[in-house]
Design a protein around this ligand. Structure first.
Ligand code: PGA
Length: 245
């Protein structure tokens, strides 16, 4: 068991700033790094801060590569709810990254196995993930790795839990439009990253944050595996840490 570093912040904005500091440090040390990126509401203050620092000339993404955690099955990259679209509009369009060096699983693939394999190979070819960003689902999912009987190692297709579809329906017109499946990096892909940064904000995440980092390690709480990762930082606000002393 490793020590998980926890950084307590007053607000989600401060979470964004403290998280951005890790990127500032990493880009200074390794300008051609590979970032593992995530979607969701929680990373947004971080992405806004990265854009701000890039505009101010403090960050240079020109040599950076990125690999996203997951994508909905059946959505094309220009669908407004696809994770490719999210990344473009919330980050990539506003920083000096070369989009050709950013990858997101292909939601429209006709050959799932080949797409997933190629995704893993690309990450390897690019030297492995230096810093993997994660949000956390209310059920403990990371990426779209849902609670399950076993940890699945590599990039693969998953059926989405109802709780997850419910949580994400706010972005769609109705629950029927929320895809029922997705492609996600596996737990092994995430665990191979040299560093992991998990961000969590809001009272509704307090219970799962406690369970993940202070409860038993089990595939029923996918994020709990991070207790075995040697370099994990959790940056969270007071609300998300309210059940942890
Ligand atoms: P959220 O999503 O940041 O929108 O809460 C987190 C997740 O489901 O991984």
């Amino acid at each position: 068991m490793h020590h998980v570093k926890i950084i307590r912040c007053a607000t989600p904005e401060e979470v964004g700033k403290r998280a951005a500091d890790m990127y500032t440090a990493l880009l200074q040390e390794k300008p051609a790094c590979l970032l593992g990126l995530a979607t969701g509401s929680t990373p947004l203050p971080l992405y806004r801060e990265l854009v701000k620092r890039c505009e101010a000339g403090e960050l240079d993404f020109s040599r950076v590569r990125s690999a996203n955690l997951d994508e909905y099955k059946g959505l094309s990259g220009d669908h407004p709810q696809s994770y490719r679209y999210f990344m473009n509009t919330n980050l990539f369009d506003h920083i000096n990254i070369d989009k050709a060096r950013t990858i997101v699983p292909d939601g429209l693939t006709s050959d799932v196995e080949a797409m997933c394999e190629a995704y893993e190979e690309k990450i390897e070819e690019w030297g492995g993930i230096d810093l993997q960003l994660l949000g956390i689902g209310h059920d403990g999912h990371i990426g779209f790795n849902e609670p399950c009987d076993t940890f699945v190692g590599k990039t693969h297709e998953v059926e989405l839990e109802e709780l997850t579809r419910e949580a994400n329906k706010r972005f769609f017109n109705s629950i029927d439009e929320v895809p029922t499946a997705a492609y996600t990096m596996g737990i092994g892909t995430v665990m191979s990253a040299r560093k992991v940064l998990l961000v969590a904000t809001g009272k509704d995440k307090a219970e799962i944050v406690k369970k993940s980092f202070f409860g038993p390690v089990t595939p029923m709480v996918p994020a709990s595996i991070l207790q075995f990762h040697p370099d994990v930082t959790v940056i969270a606000d007071e609300a998300a840490l309210s059940l942890i002393d």
